[in-house]
Ligand binder design. Structure first.
Ligand code: UT7
Length: 324
């Protein structure tokens, strides 16, 4: 059916200056070698004291606006995926809106942990296609360093801080999979698994922010299976198959999860974007950071099929298929 389809017009990112190498954790009975071989991570960034998620988000948003050649005044929807908001309320998205000087449209946060950017893209896609907005700023921004238990070697070595953003814009489309833009989305959750990955604090429970707790092995097992199924289903919705995929731009939790999922999907490793080595797991920020890296490297060409997938606390997971 002819109509409109949201197209990615620009990509941006921001990484805090402070680089934290694996050697920073060696007092915890871990080693650079263990972290590299089990996760692929060499280093991550941590935000400076007092540097808020909104600041990371605004910097990434400005970079994406520049890349798109779009003024803040042209944005009428902001979706900010984060699990580390500045405050309990208002949403960090409205702080970004204020900092960018945007007074029109609407802004809200999306909370789906590491799947947050996939959820945000899917929701922006629906709102744009419904005509509720015309041009969206979709951001993933996190300061996970603030919810790390620095005594727990099984989690604190994994995560980092950062932000990435895209500008999505409605373009006229034929309604076929030859169109540019978001071709299909797949979002899922299953709350039975929340004990596998959660934060042990919150507003109505402890009145504290809490720290991340994870059963890594179980999350790993769910990740590989659920990412494969979601990606295949999303490609089917788009009328495509894994053979059509030019680039996999996955959530960056662990290089072993990324490689195993790609292998199950039959996507060759030179078609898989991996930035986890230098960013660690930046939760909702990891996909736009990876997308930015691939676009900056000039790897992605117009017409290419991209598939992005993610899973995290909830469990919540999903995929998006995009023609570049
Ligand atoms: O983005 C959100 C989703 N999150 C994820 O996708 C994370 C998924 N899980 C993972 O990435 C991996 O499970 C981890 C990297 C967290 C752990 O890797 P693993 O290969 O699954 O290790 P394991 O949990 O089976 O632990 C193996 C051993 C254990 O010791 P024992 O019981 O065999 O003696 C752990 O205590 O490694 C030990 N261990 C460590 N050793 C050194 C756990 N963390 C560390 C550490 N350094 N940092």
């Amino acid at each position: 059916m002819a109509g409109v389809r949201p197209v990615i017009r620009g990509v941006g990112r921001y990484l805090p200056e402070r680089i934290v190498p694996n050697s920073a954790f060696e007092h915890l009975d871990t080693s650079d070698e263990w972290i590299r071989t089990r996760t692929g991570i060499l280093e991550r960034r941590f935000a400076a004291d007092g540097q808020l998620t909104s600041e990371l988000a605004v910097n990434a948003a400005r970079d994406a606006l520049d890349d798109a050649g779009v003024e803040p005044g042209d944005i009428d929807l902001i979706l900010l995926a984060t699990s580390t908001p500045d405050r309990t309320f208002p949403s960090t998205a409205v702080t970004v809106q204020r900092e960018l000087g945007i007074t029109q449209g609407f802004a809200f946060d999306v909370q789906a942990v590491c799947a947050g950017f996939v959820y945000a893209l899917a929701n922006a896609n629906a709102l744009l296609r419904a005509g509720d907005a015309r041009r969206a700023l979709v951001i993933g921004a996190e300061t996970f360093s603030r919810i790390l238990d620095m005594r727990d070697r099984s989690t604190c070595i994994l995560f980092g801080d950062g932000a990435g953003a895209v500008i999505l814009e409605n373009r006229p489309a034929d309604g076929t999979n030859r169109d540019r833009g978001i071709l299909a989305t797949d979002t899922r959750s299953d709350g039975r698994y929340q004990h596998l990955l959660y934060v042990d604090g919150g507003v109505s429970s402890t009145q504290t922010a809490g720290f991340i707790r994870m059963d890594g092995k179980e999350v790993f097992r769910h990740a590989v299976n659920k990412l494969e199924t979601s990606t295949r289903d999303c490609l089917t919705k788009a009328g495509l198959s894994t053979k059509d995929v030019d680039f996999l731009v996955p959530h960056q939790a662990n290089l072993r999860i990324i490689n195993k999922t790609a292998e199950k999907l039959g996507i060759p490793s030179d078609r898989v974007v991996a930035t986890v080595r230098h960013h660690g797991n930046t939760s909702a920020a990891s996909i736009p950071l990876a997308l930015h890296a691939a676009v900056s490297a000039g790897s992605i060409l117009p017409g290419n099929i991209l598939v992005t997938n993610a899973i995290g606390g909830g469990l919540a997971w999903g995929s998006v298929v995009i023609r570049w």
